[in-house]
Design a protein around this ligand. Structure first.
Ligand SMILES: [Zn+2]
Length: 131
């Protein structure tokens, strides 16, 4: 008979939802126990020992492996290619911070600024990275 096993316990509902979505994305059916309580009476979560992310026992090992594996994040998708001049990988976007602050001051909301200009910290070369 199948049993529910706790994969991980959370005290933070968004983190629990992300972990559950990660499992579902890997085809692992999962549920969050006491998540409704975390949304309405979060202070009870500490007494209950956290929000439990559970799976049917046959998925337990796979679920733990999935959650322990490094996840692809938006940062990976937004990775910057190495410098074409020297190959350094610590290049950064030029001016994005200043324009982001200006956008925040002008509109009172942080605006994502993504220009294609890159500056290499190592050699000072600049280039345009295709979007
Ligand atoms: Zn360089």
């Amino acid at each position: 008979m199948a049993r529910l096993e706790t994969v991980r316990t959370f005290y933070d509902l968004p983190a629990a939802e992300v972990a559950r979505a990660t499992l579902i994305g890997h085809g692992i059916p999962s549920h969050l126990l006491d998540a409704h309580l975390a949304g309405t009476a979060w202070h009870y979560i500490f007494a209950l020992g956290g929000i439990r992310l559970v799976v049917v026992d046959e998925y337990l090992v796979l679920a733990r492996r999935v959650l322990e594996a490094p996840q692809a994040t938006g940062a990976d998708a937004d990775a910057i290619d190495p410098c074409p001049a020297c190959g350094a990988e610590d290049a950064f976007r030029r001016g994005s911070l200043a324009l982001g602050v200006l956008g925040f001051l002008a509109a009172r909301i942080p605006l994502p600024v993504a220009f294609g200009r890159r500056l290499c910290r190592a050699c000072g070369a600049t280039w345009r990275q295709p979007a």
